[in-house]
Design a protein around this ligand. Sequence first.
Ligand code: BG6
Length: 513
Amino acid sequence: MPNQSSHPLEEENRASRTIDPCIVVIFGATGDLTGRKLAPALYNLGKDGMLPANFATVGFARREKSHQEFRDELKEDINSYSRVKPIDEPFWKNFQEQIFYHRSEFDDDAGYAALHDFLETLDSRFATRGNRIFYLSVQPKFFPLIIEKLRKAGLIYDHKTTGPWSRVIIEKPFGHDSESANALQQEISKYLDESQTYRIDHYLGKETVQNLLVFRFANSIFESLWNYKHIDHVQITVAEDIGIGTRGHFFEEEGLLRDVVQNHMMQLLSLVAMEPPVSLSASAIRDEKVKVLQSIRPLSPDDFKNHVIRGQYGPGYINGKDVIGYSQEKDVNPKSHVETYLALRLFIDNWRWAGVPFYLRGGKRLPKRGSEIAIIFKDAPGVLFQQRDKHNDPNILAIRIQPDEGISLKINCKVPGPSSPIQPVKMDFRYGSYFGQSPPEAYERLIWDCILGDSTLFARADEVTQSWQIYTPLLEFWASQAPSDFPNYAAGSWGPKQSDEMMAKDHRAWRLL
Ligand code: BG6
């Protein structure tokens, strides 16, 4: 990582950035996320010298396994998924000595008592001083149970500002709708203080997403343009070429709205639209993000029909291969009504954004992977060049979240030569070529921040519940109105035609990615 001592969004006034010794316990240690993301993140943090010197990792799961078997499995995962490959053998040889496995059912009191004792022996061996992170990478139905058991076994302590600490990282989805999110919050808050709760949304850990605030508030030239006077509309896209793979069960429960839109895309929207925070403290930043969510105009029945387009992919052709449709995927109901695509229009009813539409679209099995935020500025007045030349495009600021992370600004320019036509050109900044390295994985940043006790890049309870409030009426409407035209887009296309029609009705068009 470029700068170990600070990052622009770190909490201000933290007493120190010294990193406490600790043990990270991963629940769901044999699951997909651990292999693909968490193990590579811990390994890369270790390799980059970012972990505390006194540190250990414990995998907690239900399958029988020895410490060494667990280590060997993680090694294979790291070799497959780490951003830096192959694994560094001499480093791994030592690093794996700090990795352990603990088998237990999630509801077994004896398993937690044994974990308690085991962690104490690790404390004596590695001088980890009782500090704990519990990472819940399990099905959401287990969140309250595990937190309650941890608390009762004395593994979650009362929140204090000194002495040993315990923190819990909770994977998404946090609830299924407003009611379930509120119920979950009530349940976990019996055992866990908000300051110990780290609700992960890995989009917040992406370098490009963190850079949004720096871009907006560390540069004077954009902020004065960042409002309804100069901006015509905003487009936020999270496009994926992959299908749902082996996650049929999960996706049948969630759908794209719950999986990507309610969390990742709303985080992007909040960061683009928020007011400058009073400071860089976690609470100041999150206060401003919540205000954006509170200002979103509730979706009306007219919006449900005309400004929300849901889709599901059918068979198609992508990246040179024929692929099956969603309803033929493993563990999916052949008559499924679950959406794999969503496009919608939102308005933020506050002074800055009055009347500016925010168009969001996300989908699986689109032609390519690409997430971006595009700020489309208003046209220049219709005089001078605009009268003569039809090639005047609006200025567009495109913030590429991934891949090819960077920022580009489209401006109109004179083509050299006497005839003087005007052509749009791009000023382009690319992280990779400028900084000479690809950014670290989101999970590295987030785990590191949790070790440091910095919750800025995690979602606060009110952010999550506010976002559910926006979408719950839509989910209820959908539950009463099964779509009649699924599948309505071919894998490898840019989604249902109604999505383009929605934009066309507003005299706009989706950007080509
Ligand atoms: C996850 C969703 O949260 O985000 C996945 O569950 C999705 O369905 C993924 O593919 C997208 O993340 P990224 O970092 O690949 O854009």
